[in-house]
Design a protein around this ligand. Structure first.
Ligand code: HEM
Length: 266
C-alpha cells in the first residue's frame, strides 16, 4: 500500500509561524506606532511564563525524585530566563509616557493583573492568594488551572521533601501541611537549614539558588513598578488597582522566609 508522503518539516511549519505572526493586532487607529512593541513584549512575556512553569514543575519533580544535581541545573536555567525577563523591561522603557498614553485607552480594563500564568507562577513559588482566583470566571480553563495550583504543593514543599529524603528531621506536619496557605517562618526548619549551610555543600548550593530565585522575582517586581511610575505616574491601573501604590505593596514579601531568617545566624 502506498503511504502518502508527509510534507517535510520546515522552520515555518515546525514553529507554526503563520499562526504566531498573525497574533499581533493593534487596537488603536493609525495604528499608533508603539502599540506593536507593547503587544509583542507582553506576548513574549507570556511565552517566558509558559517556559518558567514548565521548568518549575520539572524542578519540583526532580526534588521529589531525589535528583538534586538536575534540580540545581534546572534552577540555573530558570534564573537565566528571569534575568532576560527583567532586562526586557529596558525595551519597554524606551516608550515615553506620551507614546503610551496615545493608545492606553484602547486597553480598556486589560492589564497584566489578569495574567493567569503569572498567578500560577506565584502560587507555585508559594505566594498563594485566594483572592486571585475570583478574577477568573468559574469553570474557565484558567480558573481550573489556578485552583489546582492553589491546592498543590509549592517548590518549597518539594525542597522540604528532598531534605526529608536526605534524612534531615523535617517535621511530618510540614511535609503534609495545608498547601493553600503561605509558608510561615519555622524555627525547626531554620535549625535544619543552619545544619545544611554548615555541613552539606550540595544542599546549601540549592538553598542559594532558591535565594537567587526569590531575589530575581523581587527584582522583576521592583523594575516593573519603577517602569509603571515613570510611564503612568500615580494614575490607577487599567486593571482597577491603585497602580504603582498597589504594586509597591507587593514588594518585600519573601517567598522562602526561612532562608532569609537564618542569614544573621550563619
Ligand atoms: C507601559 C508598560 C506597563 C504599565 C504602565 C503597567 C502597569 C501596570 C499596573 C498599573 C499594574 C497594577 C494592576 C492594574 O492594572 O491595576 C500592573 C500589574 C501587572 N503587570 Fe504591568 N504594566 C506594564 C507592563 C507590563 C509588562 C510588560 C508585563 C509583563 C507581562 C506586565 C505584567 C504585569 C503583571 C504580572 C501584573 C500583576 C502584578 C501583581 O499583581 O503583583 N506589565 N501593571
Amino acid at each position: 500500500m502506498n503511504e502518502r508522503p508527509e510534507a517535510a518539516v520546515t522552520y515555518q511549519s515546525y514553529l507554526q509561524l503563520d499562526r504566531l505572526l498573525e497574533l499581533q493586532t493593534p487596537r488603536s487607529d493609525g495604528p499608533e506606532h508603539d502599540e506593536m512593541l507593547f503587544i509583542v513584549i507582553h506576548q513574549v512575556y507570556e511565552l517566558w511564563f509558559k517556559e518558567m512553569l514548565h521548568e518549575l514543575d520539572h524542578v519540583a519533580s526532580l526534588f521529589r525524585s531525589d535528583k538534586p544535581h538536575r534540580a540545581q541545573h534546572t534552577l540555573k536555567r530558570i534564573l537565566t530566563i528571569l534575568k532576560v525577563m527583567v532586562a526586557q523591561l529596558d525595551i519597554l522603557e524606551t516608550m515615553t509616557p506620551l507614546e503610551f498614553l496615545s493608545f492606553r485607552a484602547r486597553l480598556e480594563a486589560a492589564s497584566g493583573f489578569q495574567s493567569n500564568q503569572f498567578r500560577q507562577i506565584e502560587f507555585l513559588l508559594g505566594a498563594k492568594n485566594e483572592g486571585a482566583l475570583s478574577r477568573f470566571p468559574e469553570g474557565s480553563p484558567g480558573r481550573i488551572a489556578l485552583e489546582r495550583r492553589f491546592l498543590a504543593p509549592t517548590i518549597w514543599d518539594a525542597f522540604l521533601h528532598y531534605l526529608a529524603g536526605e534524612k534531615y528531621p523535617v517535621p511530618p506536619g510540614h511535609l503534609a501541611r495545608d498547601y493553600s496557605r503561605l509558608v510561615e517562618p519555622t524555627p525547626e526548619i531554620q535549625l535544619i537549614l543552619l545544619d545544611v549551610y554548615r555541613n552539606d555543600t550540595k544542599s546549601a548550593e540549592i538553598c542559594e539558588r532558591l535565594v537567587d530565585l526569590d531575589e530575581g522575582i523581587a527584582e522583576w517586581r521592583y523594575r516593573h513598578v519603577r517602569m509603571v511610575e515613570r510611564t503612568i505616574g500615580h494614575r490607577p491601573g487599567t486593571g482597577g488597582s491603585r497602580g504603582a501604590a498597589y504594586l509597591q505593596s507587593t514588594i518585600g514579601r519573601n517567598l522562602f522566609p526561612d532562608l532569609w531568617e537564618i542569614r544573621s545566624r550563619l
